[in-house]
Design a protein around this ligand. Sequence first.
Ligand code: ADP
Ligand code: ZN
Length: 432
Amino acid sequence: MYLHPELETLSRPEIEVLQLERLKKTVAQCMNSPFYRKRFADHHIKPEDIRSLDDLKKIPFTTKQDLRDNYPFGLAAVPMEQVVRLHSSSGTTGTPTVILHTQKDLDEWANAVARCLYMVGLRPGDIFQNSSGYGMFTGGLGFQYGAERLGMLTVPAAAGNTKRQIKFITDFGTTALHAIPSYAGRLYEVMEEMGIDPKRDTKLHTLIIGAEPHSEEQRRRIEEMLGVKAYNSFGMSEMCGPGVAFECKKQNGLHIWEDYYIVEIVDPQTLEPVPEGEVGELVLTTINREAMPLLRYRTRDLTRILPGDCPCGRHHIRLDRMKGRSDDMMILKGVNIFPIQIETILMQFAELGNDYLITLTNEEANDLMTVEVELKEFCDDYPRLQALTKEITRQLKDEILITPIVRLVPKGSLPKQEGKAVRVNDLRKTLI
Ligand code: ADP
Ligand code: ZN
């Protein structure tokens, strides 16, 4: 059984007392890292200056660039003999970064993941299948150890080979599956081709979806297609991996475990805290890690803290569904647009499938956006397709304030990725 269930239900004052105690310990630990020692010296701060949670603001931010500049081991805060594993981010946005773990770090990480899985009702007796890639991608081993810690029978199916994935689900009676949202749609399509009805022919009741931005509409689709409850899971390699924030059964925001992380939301431009409840960049400080603690790490993910208490009774604050990363933002004709805004509109049309691709081009000084989206079923009723295209274009324009070119394409025709879905293809040339 997983450790420390009492920390899951701490009251607000108890959370803050624990956070301060752990923050002080973490800052002291950081002084073993050449990177933080220099950072503190350069900014004339001493560990003793951190006396309250508010004092955290005295510490400069840590960025992905810092991790790259000190690649691979420059942030180690323990002797390397104590490091038992490293993970590397999947490098979606440039050079990979490395995160180091002691055995205690791995144990705590497994506990966090187990806590998340327990929170959504999974128990020993459940059969948990993981369709994440194993290896450097933290969704593999992260969920593996967490699910084992909880005491479920685990099926480490890993990524790829969808037919085999489905055979495992039916043969082993898999009840819970971890899949990235874009892959959940793919699974359903292949099930259909194989004549398998997930509601009739499988025991699936819970899906864990995360690792990439997705809309509420996409979640509802996954739930309906597969006949499951689907819970949003948020994590990143720099914060261990999965297990950072997770929805509870109420599905109204993701509880972030504040005995592991201190949360700040800042304006990405000014780096000042945003007013309560507003969207900004998520900044996290690890307070339960030995090998490579990170202070005020700028995640580049945009979200907000949801106000009020969760009816589930847990007091760890809730993050809103991620809006995307600051670097996912497209700027067209001076308008800021996130792919998730487009997805939210597309997924409301029952005629459309789950896959879409946004291509950006420019001719002379004119930015153009083309949205290709797969149809759910074959259709050659051209007047109907035309009317549908027109309506999608209208709704997109309402949302993003520019008029995209919408193309309805046959099911299965857009490129499929093994890992996280690529939603934007920016082919714009720099114009002089
Ligand atoms: P990479 O940074 O190379 O993609 P990671 O696997 O560490 O490698 O990815 C973490 C990132 O994935 C997060 O910073 C966030 O942008 C995205 N992400 C993870 N979980 C979610 C989620 N539930 N919703 C939206 N985005 C997510
Ligand atoms: Zn809750």
